[in-house]
Design a binder for this molecule. Structure first.
Ligand code: TRP
Length: 331
């Protein structure tokens, strides 16, 4: 079965945009491929989190992914730091990664621009660590967004360079896996663009949000003063609310409000109330699962242990091969 690797940032809570995008696809992929999903906690050290924050965010990320349907018996889900083989491969790949190419990386340039006071070597070598994450399992498919295309290109460069240097075929070429038709656009609540964590407070509905918070955010969503001519085109903020409604409400509900819009009798307050309730109902079971899992220490440890063990089995094979190819003693 083809191997898939993807890294999950432990920084944040999942919102509906993540859910209908990457997460739902991960859940689907675990049935079709040999999937390795890991929480990228080595990577997150570039921003120097406190141990408490790191622990809490890794645990929260794991709980949220499990609550969404990632099944530890169907795939391998683990903490990156539980697989130090990744760090060994990272060191080895760094010997053939050139400072020039790392400095030219768009994400690195962006980071120096935003955080000129923290330009550490971990940031510079972020693409080598990412390559190690992928190559340690010899993955060929990497489900990531457009923003990761350049990192993937670099992973291919490092893989091919290693193979050439040692005249071997150790690493296959990893390629970005595009979800294609599986991706739906999930707009935010601020009237423009997509749902995103960095778009400002109130734009995103998180899976961990309480019903009260969801209601408050939806009621504050941007609209306009309402349609005046029957059949008039919807402005973007209103169209966005309908898009969200299509994700969480029944088609009858959507049609009801659409016809109200068409004949200009719509009251946005009613639409928002309905949308909020349907979102609350949609999120409730996931939200409950998040809380159940996050408060179950034994379950969290069990899943982490199981993931680490499966990841080790895969990584050990690669590392032995790599050490042998390089001329080191093999373990
Ligand atoms: N760089 C990815 C992101 O920011 C996370 C990541 C780290 C990753 N290592 C990876 C993704 C390996 C896929 C494969 O989203």
């Amino acid at each position: 079965m083809e191997r898939v690797v993807s890294g999950i940032r432990p920084t944040g809570n999942l919102h509906l945009g993540n859910y209908f995008g990457a997460v739902r696809n991960f859940v689907r992929m675990q049935h079709e491929y040999d999937c390795f999903f890991f929480i990228a906690d080595y990577h997150s050290l570039t921003t120097h989190p406190t141990p408490e924050n790191l622990r809490r965010s890794v645990r929260q990320a794991l709980s949220e992914y499990l609550a969404c349907g990632i099944d530890p018996d169907k795939c391998t889900i683990y903490a990156q730091s539980d697989l130090p083989e990744t760090a060994e491969l990272y060191l080895l790949l760094n010997m053939n990664a050139y400072v020039g190419e790392l400095e030219r990386c768009t994400s690195f340039k962006e980071k120096i621009r935003k955080h000129p006071d923290n330009v550490n070597a971990g940031l510079l070598t972020y693409p080598t660590l990412m390559a190690a994450d992928i190559l340690i399992h010899k993955a060929v498919k990497v489900p990531v967004g457009k923003d990761q295309e350049q990192h993937l290109e670099m992973s291919r460069t490092f893989a091919n360079r290693f193979n050439r240097l040692y005249n071997c075929t150790t690493f296959p070429e990893p390629h970005a896996f595009n979800f294609g038709s599986g991706l739906v656009k999930v707009p935010g609540l601020d009237g423009s663009g997509k749902m995103g964590k960095s778009e400002g407070e109130g734009n995103a509905i998180f899976l961990a949000d309480s019903p009260e918070v969801i209601r408050k955010k939806v009621m504050r969503a941007v609209t306009d003063s309402g349609p005046v001519n029957p059949g008039q085109e919807m402005p973007e903020p209103v169209a966005n609310l309908f898009s969200l409604m299509r994700l969480v409400s029944t088609s009858d509900t959507v049609e009801f409000f659409e016809s109200k819009y068409q004949d200009c009798s719509i009251r946005y307050g009613d639409l928002k109330k309905q949308l909020a309730e349907d979102m609350v109902a949609f999120i409730a079971p996931i939200n409950e699962e998040i809380h159940r899992i996050a408060s179950d220490d034994a379950l969290i440890s069990k899943v982490m242990d199981q993931g680490a063990e499966k990841a080790h089995a895969s990584a050990n094979k690669t590392i032995s091969e790599v050490r042998n190819v390089i001329g080191f003693r093999t373990k």
